[in-house]
Structure formats: C-alpha cells, structure tokens
Design a protein around this ligand. Structure first.
Ligand SMILES: [Cu+2]
Length: 111
C-alpha cells in the first residue's frame, strides 16, 4: 500500500510537471516606439500572430512595446522583429519598412 501511494505521488508529480509550459517557450519584450494608436496595436498583433510558433502577443501602447510568447523551435526573435518591421513599425533596433509605413492609415503616421 505504501508503494502504491508513493508511485501515485510520483505519477501525479510527473503529470503536473508535464502540464507546464513547453520547454522551448520563450518570452521577449520588443520595443516598438513608432506605434501611436489602437490601429497600430491591431496591425502589430496581426503581423506577429502570423508568424508560425507565436503563442501570444500583448501590445502595450503606453510603454510602446510588444510582449511575445513563442516556441523557439519554430521561430526566433529576428523573425518576429522582421514581421513587425514589414508591417510598418520599428522593432527594437530594426527600422520599419518604408513602403509598409506609407500604406498605414493616417492615424498611424507619426506626423
Ligand atoms: Cu495607429
């Protein structure tokens, strides 16, 4: 009976550990200073969610950053930065794509 209880406890512990976040889940906070409004937030969210392996995207317009959770076996920070830049926004040190910026709504332009 003692052995059964012990093995049950081990099984339960293994089960709980297995239910945690995947080992390759990474969280990065990307600075995107050129976001100005809610449309920008939606544009960036859409662009980042389109990257395979991205699990969650949270835009903070006041802090001007984007918190991204992604699987490092599927993608990487550089790819996510590129997706944001291709949507028309600066991402960390990466400059926005000028053509994409030109296509943004007027409310999303900086001046
Ligand atoms: Cu905007």
């Amino acid at each position: 009976m003692k052995i059964t209880m012990l093995s049950m406890a081990i099984l339960l512990a293994a089960f709980v550990a297995g239910c945690g976040e995947p080992a390759d889940l990474r969280t990065e906070v990307i600075t995107a200073k050129t976001m100005v409004c809610g449309s920008c937030a939606k544009n960036v969210e859409k662009a980042v969610y389109a990257v395979e392996g991205v699990k969650s995207v949270a835009v903070d317009l006041e802090a001007k950053n984007v918190t991204v959770k992604y699987l490092s076996t599927n993608t990487n920070l550089e790819t996510i930065e590129l997706a944001i830049a291709d949507a028309g926004y600066d991402a960390n040190g990466r400059k926005r794509d000028p053509a994409a910026y030109e296509k943004l709504d007027a409310c999303c332009k900086l001046d």
